[in-house]
Design a protein around this ligand. Structure first.
Ligand SMILES: O=P(O)(O)OC[C@H]1O[C@H](O[C@H]2O[C@H](CO)[C@@H](O)[C@H](O)[C@H]2O)[C@H](O)[C@@H](O)[C@@H]1O
Length: 386
């Protein structure tokens, strides 16, 4: 991406990277075409200001919100925590909660009545949606039955996997070349074999070859940040290697620091070490996932933007006769749910959760096995339409 030409990465607009930080942004109004953060810092018209507390986040960590966010990032079904589940939602039984977020299985007929005469575009998160959450991130395999369900649904509807993982890793897990893949929270988008990413605002998609040696098209809005991410990856591995159970995962355009297997008494230490590193990198921000701290570039790009980008590439944006459906389980999927709820591409978010949570989704599914049922139902419905 050419930062000098101004054809480059977007600039972030969502939640501040750490508590008490304030982010002031003047956004470029051209979609997907703001300059990279490096260029922005030199350009008064696109000022990006990220004031940070000099003392770092440790005080915040000790005093609650940051650590609470870590604790509540993936509660076991029995524990409902106020930080990622509103008290209203936490007070409800799952049955009551589904009055607000109905099951996509029990209301399947209703959903399909909206889909009649429309083209469905399907977006699927990976971890916690297509594969169950497991202790070891490298072992989050999807079942063959799930793979077949995804393969079948992709015969009828354009289908994309949108993941926080690196694109290579998620491709390795899923292994279906007929799908679109958006790795690194949407910052690494690949077309299926033989297809290209056509986009009216296209900044730069590059032709590459996939694992089978076939031509694919790539769109990587954060490529400028790669050298920085590599450096920070190295530092994070070094600075956390003495904490038992930490795993630092290279997700190419972002980094995941997992603390699922770290003793809870050491979570503050993990937070402190991560902050020590990223504090000196104002062009990186931190978000929370399921027992994971995610470090990514300060650009206005997320899973929601990736969905919009893909719909535009597919020629399906702003079309009355298109129904996008996004299925996901994580906080990062909320960006996509929001885009489908509020944006011009009206569609449905389906939240995968076994506990009540507030969400921008319309519908719910309990777990990956229900996701598989839903995918199968879509295929059956489509076949029944002739
Ligand atoms: O966007 P996703 O496809 O949902 O990816 C989000 C993160 O998923 C992975 O971590 C999560 O799943 C692991 C395996 O079940 C689990 O061990 C971990 O605690 C979860 O946070 C993945 O490892 C991360 O890189 C992704 O960002």
């Amino acid at each position: 991406m050419d930062i000098k030409s101004g054809h480059s990465s977007p600039v972030m607009t969502d939640s501040p990277p750490i508590s008490n930080s304030r982010l002031t942004i003047r956004q470029n109004r051209l979609p997907y075409s703001a300059a990279a953060a490096t260029a922005l810092s030199q350009n008064n018209n696109l000022l990006l200001t990220v004031p940070r507390k000099k003392a770092g986040i440790l005080d915040d960590v000790k005093s609650s919100s940051w650590l609470d966010a870590m604790k509540s990032s993936s509660p076991p079904p029995a524990i409902l925590n106020k930080d990622n589940i509103s008290s209203d939602a936490a007070d409800m039984s799952y049955g009551e909660w589904t009055l607000k977020y109905p099951s996509a299985l029990t209301t399947f007929e209703k959903i399909m009545s909206f889909a009649k005469g429309k083209r469905i575009a399907l977006f699927l998160d990976y971890d916690g949606t297509l594969s169950p959450i497991v202790e070891e991130p490298d072992c989050a395999y999807m079942s063959n039955a799930m793979r077949t369900a995804v393969q079948n649904v992709a015969k009828y509807f354009p289908t994309a996997i949108i993941s926080g993982r690196s694109r290579d890793k998620v491709y390795e897990f899923v292994g279906l070349s007929e799908l679109y893949y958006a790795g690194s929270h949407g910052m690494d988008i690949m077309s299926p074999t033989g297809e290209s990413l056509n986009h009216k605002h296209l900044i730069r998609s590059t032709v590459s070859v996939n694992e089978e040696g076939k031509d694919v098209s790539l769109f990587q809005p954060a490529s400028e940040f790669l050298p920085m991410i590599d450096k920070v990856l190295f530092l994070l591995v070094e600075r956390t290697k003495d904490i038992k159970g930490v795993k630092v995962e290279d997700n190419k355009f972002c980094i995941s620091v997992h603390y699922r297997n770290v003793e809870e008494k050491n979570w503050t230490l993990v937070a402190q070490r991560v902050d020590d590193v990223i504090r000196t990198y104002p062009k990186l921000r931190l978000t929370h996932g399921r027992k994971v701290l995610e470090i990514r570039p300060v650009i206005d790009w997320d899973k929601g933007k990736a969905v919009t980008f893909l719909l535009e590439s597919l020629g399906l944006n702003n079309c009355e006769d298109v129904l996008p459906i996004y299925v996901g389980d994580d906080r990062t999927d909320e960006d996509a749910f929001k885009v489908l709820r509020d944006g011009p591409n009206h569609g449905y978010g389906v939240l995968v959760t076994a506990v009540p949570k507030d969400s921008n989704a319309f519908y719910s599914l309990r777990d990956p096995s229900e996701v598989m049922e839903f995918l199968k139902s879509l295929v059956t419905w489509k076949r029944s339409m002739g």
